[in-house]
Ligand binder design. Structure first.
Ligand SMILES: NC(=O)c1ccc[n+]([C@@H]2O[C@H](COP(=O)([O-])OP(=O)(O)OC[C@H]3O[C@@H](n4cnc5c(N)ncnc54)[C@H](O)[C@@H]3O)[C@@H](O)[C@H]2O)c1
Ligand SMILES: [Zn+2]
Ligand SMILES: [Zn+2]
Length: 347
């Protein structure tokens, strides 16, 4: 079969690789129907996380082709969406839909290393499939369900964990697809104002259309602009959806006394310079979240089914898997108005 394989710095290609197989009795092999490129794939693309040879992708939906002997809930022929983050599938945390706190080896992400191949491919093996796959609900389209495998849950948890109260002000830093979902999910909690920060003009325009107040970070004065917009106090809830050192710092400096900073951007810096005196004197709460994706499905599926959320609107580009190299380049360069790319494994 064909799969997207990381070749090196800013380089991916579509390669022939061996077909996936049932690796454990609790696994299934899935024929991928749709898959997408995530901002987290860009960390690999930039060489921040791992090396060449990785088969990428952790956002995918498809049809179950084959199941192991110890799979009972999911059946051959089911159309499923799969959590991009999984655990052992059997511990108390995994059974409670919280793979991030898995006690059987910790969380694993598809497509970031050699142990768990990714889903930007024609087929993929899913271990612990009973715990981490969901039959695509009737009122949710296949394209919408791709967004339930990672980034809508991530945006939702970023908002949920930002302590947003009705009538308050929220800052969202970073307006890629994850930030857009954080913004839309923040609105579910009833803030009066959402300040939306990015450097890309069309992303700022989109935020304004979504009812937020855009803040252009091009000149590096995000903190000054947020303070100016909040009578010098900052915002009680700040969501960071970029992952850079500068934006995590900005998020901390934008928070009002007693406020909460909720980071969902992926930052790989082991020596981040955390401004301790600021956090102390403003009594800040700092939360960092790797999304336990299945924990969000009960909330998000009805919101999509009833039309409160239209996540598929983030897809600006739909291309065949064979065009993955160009799609990565375009997504990385934010070229051609791209926000989110859907890949078709059959093309
Ligand atoms: N926590 C999780 O479980 C989880 C899940 C999915 C993605 N992520 C992370 O979320 C982040 C965003 O993902 P995405 O797909 O939206 O990526 P993206 O690259 O499309 O979006 C990032 C945005 O940040 C903006 N940006 C960059 N520097 C900035 C600055 N100094 N000030 C303001 N804005 C700035 C960019 O212009 C861009 O619009 C990534 O770090 C990704 O790894 C985390
Ligand atoms: Zn992701
Ligand atoms: Zn577990």
């Amino acid at each position: 079969m064909r799969a997207v394989v990381l070749q090196g710095h800013r380089s991916v290609s579509v390669e022939r690789v061996p077909d996936p197989t049932i690796t454990t009795p609790d696994s299934a092999v899935i024929a991928v129907e749709h898959t997408a490129i995530c901002g987290s794939d860009l960390h690999l693309y930039h060489g921040d996380l791992g090396g060449a040879g990785i088969r990428l992708g952790h956002e995918f939906v498809g049809t179950v082709l084959e199941t192991g002997n110890d799979v009972h809930r999911i059946r051959k022929g089911d159309r499923v969406l799969v959590s991009g983050v999984i655990g052992c599938g059997h511990c108390a945390s995994c059974l409670a839909r919280d793979p991030v706190t898995c006690s059987g080896g910790g969380p694993k992400v598809f497509g970031v290393g050699p142990d768990l191949h990714g889903g930007q491919a024609e087929m993929v093996t899913v271990p612990g499939v009973d715990a981490f796959a969901l039959a695509i609900p009737e009122q949710v389209s296949a394209e919408q369900s791709v967004l339930l495998t990672d980034i809508l849950p991530t945006g939702y948890l970023g908002a949920l964990r930002a302590d947003i109260t009705p009538g308050s002000t929220v800052v969202v830093i970073g307006l890629g697809p994850v930030g857009v979902f954080a913004l839309q999910c923040a609105a579910l909690f009833g803030p009066a104002r959402i300040l939306a920060v990015d450097r890309v003009p069309e992303r700022l325009r989109r935020a304004r259309e979504l009812g937020a107040e855009p803040i252009d970070a091009t000149n590096g004065d995000t903190v000054a602009q947020v303070l100016a917009a909040t009578q010098g106090r900052g915002a009680p809830s700040v969501i960071e959806a970029v992952g850079a050192d500068a934006t995590v710092s900005d998020a901390l400096m934008c928070a009002a006394p007693g406020g909460t900073v909720s980071v969902i951007g992926v930052n790989t810096n082991m020596a981040f310079a955390y401004p301790m005196p600021v956090a102390l004197m403003r009594r800040l709460t700092f939360r960092v979240t790797l999304a336990s994706i299945p924990s969000t499905w009960d909330a998000l599926v009805p919101l999509i089914a009833t039309g409160r959320l239209h996540p598929e609107q983030v897809f600006t580009h739909r291309v065949g898997l064979s065009k993955a190299a160009e799609a990565y380049r375009m997504f990385d360069e934010r070229a051609d108005g791209v926000l989110k790319v859907l890949l078709d494994p059959t093309a």
